[in-house]
Design a protein around this ligand. Structure first.
Ligand SMILES: NC(=O)c1ccc[n+]([C@@H]2O[C@H](COP(=O)([O-])OP(=O)(O)OC[C@H]3O[C@@H](n4cnc5c(N)ncnc54)[C@H](OP(=O)(O)O)[C@@H]3O)[C@@H](O)[C@H]2O)c1
Length: 381
């Protein structure tokens, strides 16, 4: 095996082709050499799994730079320790514990990234928690506080409330006075999402969530966060109160199980509504789209992310937010961990770790160690 600038070998979790869960494999790769100007070398401990990686494995993810094409390394967020800093880096030092965000390539033991994409973690934060912050909390933060302009006494409909973004959305909503959260999830997860702050849990599998929301709030809600797309986008729009905001940020309805389903995708596209500017004007509603992966490359976007990350660190230190880690899996089990998410088994964040041994047989659910302890409710204002 060829070695990199360092002359050493490391491990990385590679997507070897589009398709099933077995397409993810841990392989040897060259360890990167020293970071360039403005970069840092990080020894990764843990990384989160996001829907983006599930979509990418199925060949359905297009990054800002184009389609993600295997063989390649996925991973948009990680936590670890700074091993080396490049010239001109003043914000980080060797030995700093950090979390970071990047457009993929983070499912490696060592990564070199721009220093402005890594943020120092609070001392009391675990590496697993830190790996759960970047994508889920930045997405939730920017949607609620920028697009959503969330203020006191407002109401929010949060789909997938038991997922990583859902936990983050709920916790951030509860940092604002008297915000009501409607959250959809499978019924067996309702206790967990209520403990996290959801006021009205709704089992979307057995009930019509639109009817359930209207029973409690006949006029609808102020903000709908839509990670589902398709027919749910129209339902979300119709549920908005005057001056309400629909923020579309995902297409989970287009994803089923292990393999890409063209029927499913077609039915999702087919049921997408068209928004007419004049009727939006007369109904006083707004529609926005959010994609964290496309928010990069210019100073203002980078500053937005840096400021939001700093505020999230403050909120963690003040006990206002706390990632809910569902389970930690060895990188060798990345495919199984993805299946676990696609089977809708997770409650909170699913994390991969280089420190976790591949002792599958002893563990529940094929390799993930459940993390129930220490996930107490964050402070609620
Ligand atoms: N635009 C962005 O920048 C951005 C960033 C991050 C995430 N996202 C989007 O946000 C959504 C949530 O992501 P996440 O990371 O929070 O998810 P996650 O933690 O993996 O949550 C998965 C959970 O969502 C629920 N779910 C509902 N519909 C599903 C479906 N069709 N397939 C699988 N699970 C489904 C399941 O629980 P229940 O069935 O119990 O509800 C499942 O356990 C995704 O659509 C993702 O693409 C967008």
């Amino acid at each position: 095996m060829a070695t990199g600038g360092s002359g050493k070998v490391m491990k990385e979790c590679m997507l070897t082709g589009f398709g099933g869960y077995h397409k993810l494999k841990v392989v040897d790769a060259p360890k990167p050499g020293s970071p360039g100007d403005g970069q840092v070398l990080i020894k990764v401990v843990a990384s989160g799994i996001n829907f983006a990686e599930l979509h990418a494995r199925q060949g359905m993810y297009k990054s800002k730079d184009g389609k993600v094409t295997p063989p390649c390394v996925l991973g948009m967020e990680a936590s670890g320790t700074v091993e080396e800093v490049g010239k001109g880096v003043e914000t980080l030092q060797v030995g700093d514990r950090v979390f970071c965000i990047n457009m993929f390539e983070l499912w490696k033991e060592y990564v070199v990234i721009p220093a402005n994409r890594a943020f120092v973690m609070p001392d009391e934060m675990s590496f697993e928690e830190a790996a759960s912050i970047p994508v889920n909390y930045l997405t939730a933060y920017l949607m609620l506080f920028d697009f959503g302009n969330l203020r006191k006494n407002k109401s929010v409909l949060c789909h997938m409330a038991a997922g990583g973004v859902g936990f983050a959305v709920t916790q951030l909503c509860k940092t604002v006075e008297n915000v009501t959260v409607f959250g959809t999830s499978s019924e067996h997860k309702h206790k967990a999402i209520q403990a996290n702050g959801v006021d009205h849990p709704i089992d979307y599998r057995t009930k019509d969530y639109v009817e359930e929301v209207r029973k409690i709030s006949p006029n609808g809600v102020d903000i709908v966060l839509d990670p589902l797309c398709g027919a749910d986008t129209k339902k979300g729009y119709d549920l908005l109160k005057p001056m309400g905001k629909l923020i579309i940020f995902g297409a989970a309805n287009g994803m089923t199980g292990e393999h890409k389903s063209f029927t499913n995708l077609a039915s999702m596209w087919w049921s997408l509504p068209t928004f007419k500017p004049l009727s939006m004007m007369t109904s006083n509603k707004s529609v926005a789209g959010f994609h964290l992966g496309y928010l990069s490359g210019d100073d203002e976007s980078e500053a937005m992310i840096t400021d939001a990350a700093a505020d999230l660190v403050r909120m963690y230190k003040e006990g206002l937010i706390k990632p809910h880690v569902d389970s930690v899996w060895p990188f060798e089990k990345a495919g199984d961990a993805m299946k676990y998410i696609a089977d809708r088994k997770n409650v909170g964040k699913v994390v991969l770790s280089w420190e976790k041994k591949d002792d599958t047989e002893e563990k529940k659910e094929g390799g993930g160690e459940k993390k129930d302890e220490g996930n107490e409710k964050p402070g609620v204002l």
